[in-house]
Design a protein around this ligand. Structure first.
Ligand SMILES: [Zn+2]
Length: 82
């Protein structure tokens, strides 16, 4: 049994397959659907945009962003707002 701190909320949880506590894993699934849909519409979206459009923190989106499927596979450089 491996205890880890959830990277999102910082809570201690038992690590299984996902590096998220059960609460955040559930939220992540919900977020993932929204972000997945957004990435489907805008495959070139950056992490910044996704976070903003979906009203999520970059931290919340980054996990989803990394898991984004092949249609949005291309690495996007993080851009700063000008
Ligand atoms: Zn958590």
């Amino acid at each position: 049994m491996e205890l880890r701190n959830c990277p999102v909320c910082g809570k201690l949880f038992v690590y299984t397959v996902r590096n998220l506590c059960p609460e955040c894993a559930k939220k992540d699934e919900e977020n993932f659907e929204k972000v997945r849909q957004y990435l489907y519409d805008v495959p070139q979206a950056t992490l910044e945009e996704i976070a903003e459009k979906n009203r999520r923190s970059r931290k919340e989106c980054s996990g989803i962003f990394k898991r984004r499927p092949a249609y949005a596979e291309k690495e996007q450089p993080e851009h700063s707002e000008l």
